[in-house]
Design a protein around this ligand. Structure first.
Ligand SMILES: Cc1cc2nc3c(=O)[nH]c(=O)nc-3n(C[C@H](O)[C@H](O)[C@H](O)COP(=O)(O)OP(=O)(O)OC[C@H]3O[C@@H](n4cnc5c(N)ncnc54)[C@H](O)[C@@H]3O)c2cc1C
Ligand code: FES
Ligand code: FES
Length: 1348
């Protein structure tokens, strides 16, 4: 271990929520987040990723600006901020602004009441981003609002309710509600249908926001220089030196030449956490005046290297306002680029010097600095020098010309040049105009808060009054190991005219300037090359437009090209949520059918809601860190933990040898700790138990494992080739497939691939194991959807009967299927460790560990042959579905079964041969995910429906309608569809509500007028079967106690993961017991109250547990009846007390099993599903054909949820699922190395939708006047079906692409795999640019990544 010589450490002083913290042992390696959560026990601030990508850890930091004499507030990611960087600052966490015990702050109240908190794990971070915005700007614009959330993610809500709730703080809302138009309030104004309501919350009930009531900044931190003086903090391992003068900085730099300079720590923090870097000395220049200085000069602005990106943005915006346009072109490009650069939390702390010196090949600013020829000043003890940022500045991957002893002092950003002189003449318009133009471009997988795939800075100057190029600078990021300049192109174009003839030549020159080998890091070779040309083309058009406007050239940009000049803007979202109100006369205390807010919402918004890792540590508790395989398939030769065991604070190393019971869990054929062989990267081999997380994780990295590698299978194609499948292979055969094809006029054969999907629950997998050290008892607190399954795994692993193991869960920060089975091996591994050390042990996986070990939605490859008549009627389908199941079976057979059962979606398939293979590969075991195989299958179904329409020359709507199921039809698995007419109703209502016909014409019109931006519109239906395919699982238990004070405690077998199950159960109980919901409580789910529970999954929990709770409550109500009859005027409390005194049992169980369920795969008889949830969605998108970017303009969803138990929760489920499905089919792209290492293992690389991705118009309606006799109180299940409706986004994108292809002369059907990433969209829009960069022949190179 590295040890530092002893230094005197200063006292770290900062304020948290108004309280002064004095820390005499400040640890420079500790983040603010760890300090808040573990030292101050302020667990409201969450860890979702530890890499600045999710915003769950957002806090507000305030400081007194001695110069401006004012307090400034800024949001910060506590996961990246070193606690030492807080010296002299004030931190506000979610606990500091309001609480349920006092009162909620308006930002907390509004998100809770607007239904913007489901699982609640993201909520404190979102609350703090909003709070910071309001502290700086009590009445922000809508643009400010959306910008404030660029650094926050939510996986549950789909963002719409958060934006609607917070829109009430904006200028736009206030001005419109004041002038009475009400058009930016939620809901439509003219709802005429019977009992239909548009109001999910009442803004009029919100507590007004009064900015004068906010906590005041600690006076001790004001008007003092005390905290700006130099200071140092030292631990045994690391030294943190914060100088206050340049001379001191240079002294320390020369004393510690290898010290790490750190500003915002947004790069260094990642290196330390994820790249195993160790820096014994940090030098922090944040308080050195020269590095913080901003100097406005005649020819530009000079920024000190430590100036934050937020300050740069503000200063440049000021300059743009003040300067003539021609001078500020480069500034405008920087400001525009900063819009897409990370989120506020990152920009507030990260420094321009950090961005330059990281020298990342995908830095967003360096291409602009190179194109502008910015000058930087470098200093050392030996003096200073100025260097121009040009092609020589970056010398290699993450290397610059800056010498080791030098520091970056400042950067000068120049004005773009004034007009030189038009030989004394002014242009016709008489205005002196610029002759230099500057633009930046960036394309990333997701528009907001994402790293660039390719970016560029481009500057051109012309000879006086002409379009002859006199100077040209083009630099690209993402095309080489460094930011590079396209030198050949630059030279060749000097003296040339800025006209159309350039384009072809530039494509050729760029490919010479920017050669990318087919195996280049980052992959996407043809796309990246195409982007370089597309960017230049955009630049060309913009400049041409300017030259034309200035009358330098006559050629104008064709009108059909003009829309390509602008990037997508964020419009104010508009939305409607329509549902049927409860019947008149429903008693007020009967909560069923009312849009109640999630019952934990108020605790979630204040940070009081307790998740697994928020639980107070138990005396003597230890922490577990996993040691996992780095090979996809290998024999373990040796494991050496000696070095790890020598680390102070390490208590044990655990392996398969420590398992007292069974290490191999037979049903799934998985080992808890790998004993002999490993079958995927990330498989658990051992675990280190230590005093805390930091020590455990550090020691785990010191365990050395040696392997003998074995041949591995990674992709579906490899598995098919090698016949590597989990058994059984499932099939459904109906009708006569041969006859079907014979009767077909046309046959299409094809293949489509659908990528997997990471669950990305905001709370990663977590558990605590507490051994009781008596009779083999153990308590497990876990973030799991399956308590019984956890109990079984742990009991088997410990070799004890299940009755010794109690498993509990209060709530989860999201599950989505990812905690159905994959949480069980983790709990078992933890239990084994706790058993070994005889002490409580805790674990919460880091995001990257979670993503590498716990599996995803199954990727699928589907090969199909579909026969149909010329009128579009389907005659026969032959389909082979191959899922990538991973190394163990887990639920993969059930998932492939579900895919086969849903391959019809909503259409009659008279003759079918469908076969499903679960491919056995060397990747983590893939598992359940909302929809359970159905979204993949249905995407393919809609794929061929689209193709049939193209082939038959009829509309997609028509082809879907003529094949759509009707009441009484038989499905391909022989289930008769009864009470099914709501599918048609949803479909028709969606057509009307979305105004489809008119908008189709508008889309066509738009497309005929625009060449490089295209729109697409698609309408897709869904029918989703409700119930577990495995009959046994369709059972549920509940336990209801009434205490003698009248309060009611419910426990049932379902778990709460944000979906509002507990809220709905309390609503059901309120009707059954005839009491208000406030008298009823649910504390947690546990195996010692309700045994043998099924996983909370398959959308079925409200149906199952609702009935069980109802039965238990009705039993109790019956027992109380004599007392209500004898005392009709008495209160509930009176009856309960009398019954108690009368010795009546006030506790009851309830048990329910779904009748008439069960499918026999041999005979294809029986019903796999209890009923079907139906719906339809219509989505319109716009794509940028040159870059592959897209946005959703509008989405309309109509769903039949029977008589909804809670319309607010159900609409929340619809919107959240739709946006999650949107992610599945567009941005969420898993990339693997060819040897089975997951590359996309955090929010930095794996892109779930963000705030900026919400449809601009988002309307959701629940079908009125419908009911469902097969589920509790005539409701219908909702969790999974709406996710599938996101197929409408995918096919709207495909529709838009088709138009672009037609313009290039490519008509007919074409393949588009899912996800439709920016890359996929761009490359499908074939044109003169894509043609220039053909792919290398496959098999001639090893790609950087593969899709599995
Ligand atoms: C979630 C997230 C999103 C991001 N998004 C983007 C993005 O969209 N675009 C993009 O370009 N980058 C992005 N980044 C990368 C990063 O934030 C930026 O590069 C940032 O500007 C780094 O600044 P910092 O002050 O935090 O650097 P630090 O981490 O403090 O330092 C970075 C490096 O610069 C060196 N350094 C800093 N100052 C000096 C100096 N004065 N002299 C010599 N060396 C110095 C340090 O020693 C270190 O090697 C993102 C990072 C995160 C975590
Ligand atoms: S935990 Fe800090 S941003 Fe995700
Ligand atoms: S409520 Fe946002 S992640 Fe669950």
């Amino acid at each position: 271990m590295h040890k530092m010589p002893h230094h005197t450490s200063g006292e770290l002083v900062f304020f948290v929520n108004g309280k002064k913290i004095v820390e005499s042992n400040a640890d420079p390696e500790m983040t603010l987040l760890t300090y808040l959560r573990t030292k101050l026990r302020l667990t409201g601030t969450k860890q979702g990723c530890a890499e600045g990508g999710c915003g769950a850890c957002t806090v507000m930091v305030s400081k007194f600006d001695n110069h401006r004499k004012e307090v400034c507030h800024f949001s910060v990611n506590a996961c990246l901020a070193p606690v030492c960087s807080m010296h002299g600052l004030a931190v506000t966490t979610v606990e500091g602004i309001g609480s349920t015990k006092t009162k909620l702050h308006p930002v907390q109240e509004r998100i809770a009441k607007a239904h913007g908190s489901q699982c609640g794990f993201c909520t404190p971070g979102i609350v703090m981003s909003m709070y910071t915005l309001l502290r700086n700007n009590p009445q922000p614009s809508y643009e400010d609002l959306t910008s404030a959330f660029e650094g926050n993610l939510c996986r549950c809500t789909g963002y719409r309710p958060i934006l609607e709730g917070y829109k009430t703080f904006t200028k736009e809302y206030c001005c419109r509600s004041n002038n009475g138009s009400g058009c930016c309030r939620n809901g439509v104004d003219n709802v005429q249908e019977e009992r239909m309501s548009k109001e999910l919350f009442k803004p009029s009930e919100f507590v007004p926001f009064d900015p004068s009531q906010e906590p005041i900044f600690p006076s001790e931190l004001m008007n003092t220089d005390k905290y700006n003086r130099s200071i140092q903090f030292c631990s045994d391992r690391v030294k943190w030196l914060r100088p206050s003068t340049l001379s001191e900085l240079l002294d320390w730099k020369s004393q510690y030449p290898h010290a790490k300079i750190v500003n915002g720590n947004t790069e260094v923090g990642i290196e330390v956490k994820f790249k195993n870097q160790y820096y014994p000395v940090y030098i922090v220049p944040s308080h050195v005046p020269e590095l913080k200085k901003v100097e406005i000069k005649d020819h530009g602005v000079t920024f000190g290297a430590s100036v934050s990106l937020t300050t740069i943005d503000q200063v440049l915006r000021d300059q743009i306002r003040q300067l003539p346009e021609y001078k500020s072109q480069m500034f405008s490009a920087v400001v525009e680029m900063l819009r897409w650069f990370a989120g506020h939390q990152i920009r507030n702390v990260s420094a321009v010097g950090g961005n330059i010196m990281t020298a990342s090949p995908i830095s967003d600013l360096n291409p602009l600095f190179l194109a502008a020829g910015c000058k930087v000043t470098l200093v050392s003890r030996n003096g200073s020098r100025q260097v121009t940022m040009d092609d020589n500045f970056f010398t290699g991957y993450r290397k610059t010309v800056v010498e080791p002893e030098e520091l970056l002092l400042s950067i000068h950003m120049p004005h773009t040049k004034e007009v030189i002189n038009f030989e004394g003449k002014y242009l016709k318009s008489g205005v002196l105009k610029s002759n230099e133009y500057f633009y930046g471009c960036k394309q990333s997988p997701r528009r907001e808060n994402d790293f660039a795939i390719v970016n560029a800075g481009m500057r051109v100057a012309f000879e006086n009054g002409t379009n002859i190029i006199s100077d040209l600078a083009i630099s690209y990021g993402g095309m080489a190991p460094t930011t590079v300049m396209a030198k050949k192109t630059m030279t060749a174009l000097i003296g040339r005219k800025w006209d159309n003839c350039l384009i072809d030549e530039v494509c050729q020159l760029l490919s010479e300037d920017l050669p990318l080998s087919p195996s280049a890091p980052g992959g996407m070779i043809e796309y990246r090359k195409t982007l370089t040309a597309s960017f230049f083309f955009k630049f060309y058009l913009r400049v041409l437009d300017e030259l034309n406007a200035k009358e330098v050239v006559d050629t104008s940009v064709p009108s059909s090209f003009k829309s390509s000049l602008s990037s997508f803007e964020k419009d104010v979202i508009e939305s409607t949520q329509l549902y049927q109100e409860v019947k008149p006369g429903q008693p007020i205390e009967d909560a069923v059918g009312r849009p109640m807010a999630h019952l934990s919402a108020c605790k979630q918004v204040t940070g009081e809601a307790v998740y697994c890792d928020d639980m107070l540590p138990i005396q003597g508790e230890l922490y577990l860190a996993l040691v996992t395989s780095t090979r996809a398939h290998a024999k373990i030769r040796s494991i050496n933990a000696e070095e790890a065991m020598a680390v102070e604070g390490v208590r044990a190393f655990v392996t398969h040898n420590d398992v007292p019971g069974e290490n191999l869990i037979p049903i799934v054929d998985e080992e808890i700790y790998a004993s002999d062989k490993v079958y995927h990267v990330g498989q658990v081999i051992g675990a280190v138990v230590a005093d805390n997380k930091d020590i455990a994780q550090r020691a785990a990295k010191l365990v050395h494992v040696q392997y003998d590698e074995l041949e591995s299978v990674i992709t579906i194609e490899e598995a098919i080739k090698k016949g590597s499948f989990h058994h059984p292979i499932k099939a459904i055969n109906t009708g006569n497939i041969q006859e079907g094809f014979e009767q077909s006029d046309q046959i299409i054969e094809g293949e489509v691939r659908i990528g997997g999907q990471e669950h990305f629950y905001l709370e990663t997998q977590a558990a605590i194991a507490i051994p009781k050290n008596e009779d083999g008892e153990m308590e497990i607190i876990a973030s799991t959807q399956s308590l019984t399954e956890t109990q079984k795994w742990v009991a088997k692993a410990l070799g004890v009967p299940a009755n010794r193991i109690v498993c509990r869960v209060k709530r989860m920060g999201g599950g989505f299927g990812g905690k159905e089975t994959r949480s069980c091996p983790l709990s078992a591994a933890l239990a084994i460790a706790a058993n070994k050390v005889g002490k409580p042990v805790r674990i919460m996986l880091d995001r990257d560990e979670d993503m590498c070990t716990t599996g995803t939605r199954h990727p699928m490859l589907v090969r199909y042959k579909i026969g149909f008549t010329n009128t579009g009627h389907i005659q026969a389908l032959e389909v082979n579905c191959y899922s990538n199941a991973g190394f163990s079976k887990d639920l993969s057979i059930a998932v492939i079964e579900r895919a086969l059962l849903e391959i019809d979606n909503c259409y009659r398939l008279p003759n079918v041969r469908a076969t499903g293979y679960a491919c056995k590969t060397n990747i983590p075991s893939n598992t359940a995910f909302r929809g359970f195989g159905a979204p993949q299958a249905i995407l393919v179904t809609e794929h061929w429906m689209t193709d049939i329409a193209v082939r038959c020359g009829i509309t997609q709507q028509k082809v879907r309608e003529i094949n759509m199921y009707r009441e009484g039809d038989l499905t391909h698995f022989n289930q008769q569809l009864s009470a099914f007419n709501t599918l048609q109703k949803c479909w028709k209502e969606c057509i009307i509500k979305s105004d489809l016909q008119r908008r189709r014409r508008q889309v066509d019109m738009f497309n005929s007028e625009n060449r490089w931006k295209k729109r697409g519109i698609a309408l897709t239906p869904v029918k989703h079967g409700i119930g577990f395919e495995l009959k046994t699982l369709n059972q549920a238990g509940a336990l209801v106690h009434i205490y003698d004070d009248g309060s009611v405690l419910i426990t049932h077998g379902g778990t709460e993961m944000g979906q509002g199950l507990h809220t709905k159960m309390i609503q059901v109980a309120s009707r059954a017991l005839k009491i208000p919901t406030r008298k009823i409580f649910i504390s947690e789910t546990s195996t010692n109250t309700v045994p043998n529970t099924s996983p909370t999954a398959a959308s079925a929990s409200s149906d199952l547990y609702g009935e069980a709770v109802k039965i238990a409550c009705e039993t109790l109500r019956e027992r109380l009846e004599p007392y209500t009859i004898s005392n009709p005027k008495g209160s509930w409390e009176d009856w309960v007390m009398t019954a108690y005194v009368d010795r009546v049992s006030l506790s009851s169980t309830g048990f329910y099993k779904t009748p008439d369920l069960g499918y026999d795969w041999e005979t294809k008889s029986g019903n796999p599903f209890n009923y079907f949830t139906n719906g339809a969605a219509c989505t319109e998108v716009e794509i940028d054909c040159l870059t592959g970017d897209h946005r959703i303009l509008r989405a309309d969803i109509v769903m039949d949820l029977g008589e909804s138990l809670n319309p607010a929760i159900d609409i929340g489920q619809i919107e959240g699922a739709f946006v999650q499905g949107y992610g599945l089919f567009t941005t969420e792209d898993h990339r693997w190395t060819p040897n089975g290492v997951l590359l996309t293992r955090g929010p930095g690389m794996y892109k779930i939708p963000g705030f900026g991705d919400v449809p601009t118009v988002f309307n959701v309606s629940l079908l009125g006047n419908t009911s469902n006799e097969r589920a509790i109180h005539s409701s219908k299940a909702v969790g999974e079906p709406p996710l599938i409706l996101a197929t409408s986004v995918f096919f709207a994108i495909k529709d838009a692409i088709a138009s672009a292809r037609t313009d290039s002369g490519f008509t007919g059907t074409f393949r588009l795999d899912s996800p439709a990433t920016a890359e996929a969209i761009r490359m499908a829009c074939k044109d003169q640019f894509t043609e220039k960069f053909p792919p290398a022949e496959s098999g001639t190179f090893t790609p950087w990544f593969v899709r599995i």
